[in-house]
Design a protein around this ligand. Structure first.
Ligand SMILES: C[S@@+](CC[C@H](N)C(=O)[O-])C[C@H]1O[C@@H](n2cnc3c(N)ncnc32)[C@H](O)[C@@H]1O
Length: 380
C-alpha cells in the first residue's frame, strides 16, 4: 500500500524526516508530497503523529493521460469497488498543474463517471444514494500524470482542535511545527516567541516537547471506513497516548505587545491543556529577557501584507536586531516575507529557507548560536 503525505512547498524534507522517525524509510519525495510504502495501520499512525503534513492520502493508482478518453479508461481500470461501499459518498477533488487536461470541472465529471461505471458492475445498480461515509477521491494531475487517491484525513491536519479563534495573521499549525523542527530545538532548551499572536509556535513547541501526538484529540475521515478496523484506530491512539512525556519540565515563553493576543494565546494554551507549560505575558519585544545562557527565539513578526504598517516595520525589525544581539549565545529563527529583512535586522542569516505562509513566499531566516558546552546541564 502506498500513502502520500501532502505538505506545504518547502516542507517536504521535514515531513520526510518525521516519517523516518515513525519508521517509514521507503519514501519518494516530490514537490509538495512524500509518498511512502506502508501497511494499513500507517493510515492511523501517520494521521495521528505527523506535525508538518497537511493530509494523508491513500493512493489507488496512477497513469498518464492527455485525453479525456485516457482519463476515463485509466480511472475505470482501478479497483474502486474494493474501497467504496454501495452507500459510500465519493466526491471528487481535482488539481491540475502543467497538464494538457487543464479543465478541473471536466476532469472531475469524467473521473466521477468512470468510478460510477466501475461501481455499477459490482453493485448491479444504476443509482448511488451516497448517503454513507465519505470516501473523498483526490485527483492530482501533474505534467500529464494522473494520481488518484482517497483523502484519509478529512479536515486538514493543521486542525489539531485547540485553535478555534483567529488572531490577526495566525500561522498554520503545520508550518509552526515545521519551523520548530527545522530549528532542532529540544524540550530541555529555552524557547521564546516574543510575538506570539494566537500562540501557535509556543503551543506546537509544547506539544513537541511533551511528545504529544498532534492528532490525538481529533477525528479523521478514514475512521468511518469499513476496511480499516476500529481497533486499529484505538490501538494507535492508546500507543500515542502512552508515548507522551507529561513529566518533562519545559521552558517556553510566549509574549506579545498586544493584550488581545496574549489573551488568545492563554485561551488556546488552555484548550490544548498546556497552560502550565508556557509562560505567557504582555510585553514588547524590546523587553524580553532570560536568565538562561543558551536558548532559541522562534518567531513570526508582522510582515506588512497582513499585519502592521509597512513604515513601522523597518523600525520594528531594527529593534529586533538590537534586542536579539543581546542574546548572543542564542539561536534565532524568524519567518518573514520582507526580502529586505536582513538589512533592517542588521545581520545576514547563517541560512535561509524558502517557505510559504498562506500562499505568501517567505524566508525562514536562521541565525545559529554556539553549541552549548557538553558539561552545561544547569544553564541552558
Ligand atoms: C504575524 S503575528 C504572529 C502570529 C502568530 N505566529 C500566530 O500564529 O498567531 C505578529 C504579532 O506580533 C505582535 N507584535 C507587533 N509588534 C510587536 C512588538 N513591538 N513587540 C511584541 N509583539 C509585537 C503583534 O501584536 C502580532 O500578534
Amino acid at each position: 500500500m502506498q500513502l502520500i503525505a501532502t505538505c506545504l512547498f518547502g516542507l517536504e524534507a521535514v515531513v520526510s524526516r518525521e516519517l523516518k522517525m515513525l519508521g517509514y524509510d521507503d519514501q519518494q519525495v516530490v514537490d509538495g508530497r512524500v509518498v511512502f510504502s506502508s501497511s494499513l495501520s500507517a493510515v492511523c499512525e501517520s494521521n495521528i503523529w505527523l506535525r508538518s503534513a497537511e493530509r494523508i492520502l491513500l493512493k489507488v493508482g496512477d497513469f498518464s493521460a492527455v485525453t479525456f478518453d485516457e482519463l476515463f479508461i485509466g480511472t475505470e481500470s482501478l479497483p474502486w469497488q474494493e474501497y467504496i461501499p454501495s452507500d459510500g459518498e465519493f466526491p471528487v477533488e481535482v488539481s491540475s498543474i502543467n497538464s494538457r487536461l487543464a479543465s478541473v470541472p471536466d476532469c472531475q465529471s469524467i473521473i466521477k463517471k468512470a468510478v460510477v461505471e466501475k461501481l455499477k458492475k459490482k453493485y448491479k445498480t444504476d443509482w448511488f444514494e451516497e448517503s454513507g461515509s465519505k470516501y473523498k477521491i483526490v485527483a492530482m494531475l501533474l505534467k500529464d500524470k494522473v494520481t488518484l487517491a482517497f483523502d484519509t484525513s478529512g479536515t486538514g491536519l493543521h486542525k489539531r482542535g485547540y485553535r478555534d479563534l483567529m488572531g490577526a495573521a495566525p500561522l498554520k499549525e503545520t508550518l509552526a511545527a515545521a519551523m520548530i523542527m527545522i530549528s532542532r530545538w529540544k524540550w530541555d532548551r529555552m524557547l521564546i516567541d516574543p510575538m506570539c499572536g494566537s500562540g501557535t509556535i509556543p503551543i506546537e513547541a509544547a506539544m513537541i516537547g511533551l511528545n504529544i501526538a498532534p492528532g490525538l484529540n481529533r477525528r479523521f475521515a478514514a475512521e468511518e471506513w469499513h476496511f480499516i478496523p476500529k481497533e486499529m484506530w484505538i490501538m494507535s491512539r492508546e500507543k500515542a497516548l502512552s508515548l507522551g512525556q507529561k513529566d518533562r519540565e519545559l521552558r517556553i515563553q510566549a509574549s506579545d505587545i498586544d493584550e488581545d493576543s496574549v489573551r488568545l494565546t492563554r485561551y488556546h494554551a488552555q484548550r490544548a491543556g498546556l497552560e502550565n507549560e508556557i509562560h505567557i505575558q504582555k510585553l514588547p519585544v524590546s523587553e524580553i529577557s532570560s536568565r538562561y545562557k543558551y536558548g532559541f527565539i522562534i518567531t513570526n513578526p508582522p510582515y506588512g501584507e497582513r499585519v502592521g504598517d509597512p513604515r513601522e516595520l523597518s523600525a520594528l525589525y531594527k529593534e529586533m536586531g538590537r534586542v536579539f544581539s543581546g542574546f548572543d549565545t542564542w539561536s534565532y529563527y524568524i519567518l518573514n516575507s520582507n526580502m529586505e529583512f536582513e538589512k533592517f535586522f542588521g545581520r545576514r542569516a547563517d541560512k535561509k529557507r524558502k517557505l510559504y505562509n498562506g500562499g505568501l513566499l517567505c524566508n525562514y531566516y536562521q541565525y545559529f548560536g554556539p553549541v552549548p558546552p557538553r558539561d552545561v546541564t544547569e544553564n541552558f
